[in-house]
Design a binder for this molecule. Sequence first.
Ligand SMILES: Cc1cc2nc3c(=O)[nH]c(=O)nc-3n(C[C@H](O)[C@H](O)[C@H](O)COP(=O)(O)OP(=O)(O)OC[C@H]3O[C@@H](n4cnc5c(N)ncnc54)[C@H](O)[C@@H]3O)c2cc1C
Length: 250
Amino acid sequence: MPTPTFSTRCTGHRKIAHDVYEFTLAKPEGFSFQAGQFVMFQVPLVDKVSDVQGRAFSIASAPSEPELLFVAKIKQGGRAGRWISEMLKEGDEVKLQGPLGKFTLAPYPNAVSGAGFEPAGEQKLLFLATCSGIAPLRSQLVEALYQGDTRAMDLLFCVRSEENLFWAKELSEIAKGHANVHVHISLSRPSAGWKGLTGHLQDVASQVIPDLPERSIYVCGGPEMVKAVRIKAEQEWKIPKERIHSEDYV
Ligand SMILES: Cc1cc2nc3c(=O)[nH]c(=O)nc-3n(C[C@H](O)[C@H](O)[C@H](O)COP(=O)(O)OP(=O)(O)OC[C@H]3O[C@@H](n4cnc5c(N)ncnc54)[C@H](O)[C@@H]3O)c2cc1C
């Protein structure tokens, strides 16, 4: 069966960091998805709106949340980059196809409506993201907590510098009140005044997660980072391939 297409409205749009925007859409009637999936937006060319092409964007909100949330890292001159930074505004009609993708958490056999959470094999989770790669991981984390997941879950979020940082407070809020969840923020090229973690994702993970071999990994971001993490996870952290899940933003 072909993936359905939906028409909806933009309900919010704002710049949240250097070259980073977040926007929300009303959840279209009949649209359901699993945490970690993405949609294909039908993206018009700013200079010729009848010229439309698909672009993939991960859903950053969880299925249990009322709206669809997205975060976009703008690539200068790119079709989606120009649409989001120059054209899209609250109230606009947006067409999307989805949901798509298999970057999802193991199913919850006894979900919120059932008898409580039973982990399906994966005992401890580690979410690793650079920049807008945070989107599907935010969705997965929020959904896991909604489902009553009590496994150890660490989220390590890395961006280049302070001007590229977003959602630091929001991610900490999600973790609040959940002793099993920890959020770590790292900058790869911070200013001299930065007091937090410094370094690339895979190096910082080795510093802050003492039980790496016990983790199941969910990693999302640019293809080079994802490849580097996969190699490190298999070779150094000794995590079996079947517990390493990834999504590349190609
Ligand atoms: C499964 C999946 C999920 C994704 N989820 C997200 C997400 O949640 N958030 C996110 O930010 N991204 C996400 N991406 C990446 C996203 O789909 C796009 O690839 C990205 O936004 C760039 O698209 P674009 O149309 O802006 O660039 P394109 O038009 O495709 O251009 C590609 C490159 O060429 C350059 N370029 C194009 N035209 C010009 C020009 N005229 N002048 C100079 N340079 C030019 C652009 O800078 C860009 O680097 C995802 C990708 C996949 C595969």
